[in-house]
Design a protein around this ligand. Structure first.
Ligand SMILES: C[S@@+](CC[C@H](N)C(=O)[O-])C[C@H]1O[C@@H](n2cnc3c(N)ncnc32)[C@H](O)[C@@H]1O
Length: 247
């Protein structure tokens, strides 16, 4: 299987992504982050590995909540530069590594965490086996990814829209065809990997985990006031978020 693309180091992509993350309200802030953070246990004294840590915002959060040691890895130099600048701490170590090379990492962690990065990885099974190896005996794996109903998409219009431009039906196609997707997000040719829901759940199980909780967050009424198009999320979730313990 191939190596991951490092799209966050593309100048145009990096700037586009930065604009979204600068917004006061966005899908991360309103939906994904509260949901994934709700799955974390008490972090006091915990050793945490953050895969695809990006700007390092979660790494800082873990330290604020009492984590003893945090390691953040990311494939992108540009993302790590921001992390070093904005979220450095004596107990956070940032490493420029690809999740494809998880077997290069050593040590044991109480929690392996990853927010919206695992859909960039082709070899899901290898990654999950590597995560399992890095976890302490009663360790936890907590991650979010783009929902499989989203990653299925490759071309054409995602939505059939009503007269107000609001999504009335989601146009699902090729859901049962797992594998590479090349999509346009800021630039053409952004590579992600689609896996069906059953493939994700079965792989997590087969790699030595016991699934404890799965979340598909919905917007609140307040969220919809802030971002009206979130009403579409009642047709299709955006995120799949999972917490699993080591078996
Ligand atoms: C959507 S961003 C999320 C960043 C961060 N987890 C957060 O929640 O703010 C995805 C991150 O995954 C990183 N990434 C993508 N492929 C990767 C790989 N193969 N190994 C390590 N990091 C990767 C990207 O560089 C990017 O920083």
């Amino acid at each position: 299987m191939g190596k991951s693309q490092n799209v966050y180091d593309n100048e145009i992509f990096f700037e586009g992504y930065k604009e979204i993350r600068k917004q006061e309200n966005n899908y991360n802030i309103l939906q994904e982050q509260p949901a994934i953070k709700s799955l974390l246990p008490d972090l006091k004294g915990k050793r945490i590995l953050d895969l695809g840590c990006g700007y390092g915002e979660s790494c800082s959060y873990f330290i604020e909540k009492g984590a003893q040691k945090v390691v953040g890895i990311d494939i992108s130099k540009k993302m790590l530069e921001v992390a070093e600048k904005e979220n450095s701490h004596m107990n956070i170590e940032y490493l420029e590594e690809s999740m494809d090379d998880i077997d290069k990492l050593s040590g044991k962690f109480d929690i392996v965490y990853s927010s919206l990065a695992l859909h960039y990885i082709e070899d899901f099974k290898k990654l999950l086996m590597g995560i399992n190896n890095l976890l302490s005996e009663d360790g936890l794996f907590i991650y979010s990814q783009e929902h499989p109903l989203s990653t299925a998409h490759e071309k054409g219009q995602r939505w059939t829209r009503d007269e107000n431009g609001m999504g009335a039906h989601y146009n699902l196609a090729n859901y049962m065809e797992s594998g590479k997707r090349e999509v346009t997000w800021f630039i053409n040719g952004v590579i992600k990997y689609h896996r069906t829901f059953s493939e994700i759940i079965n792989t997590v199980n087969e790699c030595g985990f016991q699934i404890e909780k799965i979340l598909e967050p919905l917007p609140s009424e307040e969220d919809i006031k802030l971002i009206p198009k979130m009403v579409q999320d009642f047709h299709k979730p955006n995120f799949l978020i999972l917490r699993a313990g080591k078996k």
